[in-house]
Ligand binder design. Structure first.
Ligand code: PLP
Length: 454
């Protein structure tokens, strides 16, 4: 046998099929950076370069990299009981403790049970099945359509990609499913009409939803799904009063509200859940990412007491569940992670750091000729680029890929942001533990990067 001289980078190019990549491209282009370690908000690559991670991975490493408390909990659980399943009446202790903790954190939202999975996508698939089963149990088998929003991101499985409102995610796969509809998102920069205040904008979007439900037939519409702040679609905080106006329409037509809290849950918006921050009263919630700070994959569907009452009627066995549902190791990681968030006061810190981030971004880029808007809420922010500013801004030609070029310029300068091409936007969603000084560094690099492509 000959000794291999292949580096992990070589093997990556040869053997790994990367998600969200052009198949084969990185084999030709030399491949992505090979990240080998992380500490706090900083990542280190195999070539020794360091990167300030302004995205906490993919909006998820909320307690930062290398937190010893989470790492130790994972180790302890791996030695004691790495896995056992939870099908039927089997159980392990960590998911039980975690479900109780999650329900406690939802406070007065009326939640009752947690169904665990491993990813935001599989949890949103579970949502679709739950909602369909719920209406079957209620004897209204025709009430199955689900309304989502353009630019929403809910995952990549067949059902969750259908809910996702980004055409690029549908085209290759003959999606969306025929039961799914999309409505206009609260995207102030482009959707708000001249002279429209928050109340009028919210009322118009709620009226659009109402008209769609009436046109489809209220007895055919089961649920509406929304991220409290649309993240991947452009970081779009809603106008004041948006969710109360939407929920009034849903109540009128007996349509369930699903809050997709995959990004917003567990502190990202400055409260435990986006539903708390924005006055949403969900019937069902989707959680993932921040529940474990991504140290181990874990997701869940949080079910309200009144939906649970229907599901626990006499429908027989719920024919759904994953090998990794209620995974004890993932649950142990989540419990330790949530303890860190509580002990270190990180939810309150999110608000302070978020205010700092938006203030610095506004100072550095708010008046820049390429910048249409700086926006955000809690510790998530975005800068959108436009060809022309002003009352009636003009978009860049998408082929110029302005946000992608700026993101690359940031990377070359040692900072990771994320381009959201559908909105010509770069986004920021750093760990909650980030220092103000690191935020200042992120903003300084972003400014340099914008200038470099201007
Ligand atoms: N829902 C939201 C709001 C998300 O942002 C994401 C991922 O970014 C998902 C669902 C899908 O989660 P996953 O990538 O874990 O499947």
């Amino acid at each position: 046998m000959t000794a291999t001289t292949s580096t992990p980078g070589d093997l990556d190019r040869r053997r790994v099929f990367h998600p969200f990549s052009i198949p084969g491209a990185h084999e030709r282009d030399g491949g992505p950076a090979m990240i080998v370690s992380g500490s706090g908000s900083t990542l280190t690559a195999a070539d020794g370069r360091t990167y300030l991670d302004a995205m906490a991975g993919l909006w998820c490493v909320n307690v930062g990299y290398g937190h010893p408390k989470v790492a130790e909990a994972i180790h302890r659980q791996a030695v004691k009981l790495p896995y056992y399943h939870s099908f039927s009446s089997m159980a392990t202790d960590q998911p039980a403790l975690l479900a109780d903790k999650i329900i406690e954190l939802t406070g007065d939202l009326g939640m009752s049970k947690v169904f665990f999975g491993s990813s935001g996508s599989d949890a949103n698939d579970t949502q679709v099945k739950l909602v369909w089963h719920y209406n079957n149990l209620l004897g209204r088998p025709q009430k199955k359509k689900i309304i989502a929003r353009h630019r929403g991101y809910h995952g990549v499985t067949v059902a969750s990609a259908s809910l996702t409102g980004l055409p690029a995610m549908h085209a290759q796969f003959d999606l969306p499913l025929p039961q799914v509809r999309h409505v206009t998102p609260p995207y102030s920069l482009w959707e708000r009409r001249p002279g429209e205040d928050d109340a009028a904008f919210s009322a118009r979007l709620a009226a659009e939803l109402d008209a769609l439900i009436v046109a489809e037939g209220p007895d055919t519409v089961a649920a509406f799904i929304a991220e409290p702040v649309q993240a991947a679609g452009g970081v779009l905080p809603p106008p004041e009063g948006y969710f109360p106006a939407i929920q009034a329409v849903l109540r009128k037509h007996d349509v369930l509200m699903i809050a997709d809290e995959v990004v917003s849950g567990f502190g990202r918006l400055g409260g435990w859940f986006g539903s708390h921050v924005l006055g949403i009263e969900p019937d069902l919630m989707t959680i993932a990412k921040g529940v474990t700070s991504a140290y181990v994959p874990l997701s869940g569907v949080v079910v309200s007491e009144h939906v649970w009452k229907v599901l626990s009627g006499d429908g027989g066995v719920f024919q759904h569940g994953y090998t990794y549902s209620s995974h004890p190791l993932a649950a142990a990681a989540a419990l330790a992670n949530l303890e860190v968030v509580e002990e270190e006061g990180l939810v309150a810190q999110v608000s302070a750091r978020g205010d700092h981030l938006r203030a610095r971004l506004n100072e550095a880029l708010g008046d820049h000729p390429l910048v249409g808007e700086v926006r955000g809420l809690g510790l998530v922010a975005a800068v959108e680029f436009v060809a022309e500013r002003g009352e009636q801004p003009k978009r860049f030609d998408p082929s110029l890929a302005v946000a992608a070029r700026i993101t690359r310029a940031c990377l070359e300068r040692g900072m990771i942001t994320r381009a959201l091409p559908a909105a010509d936007t770069i986004s920021f969603s750093p760990p909650f533990t980030i220092a103000e000084q690191e935020i200042d560094q992120i903003v300084a690099i972003a400014r340099e990067a914008v200038d470099s492509v201007a």
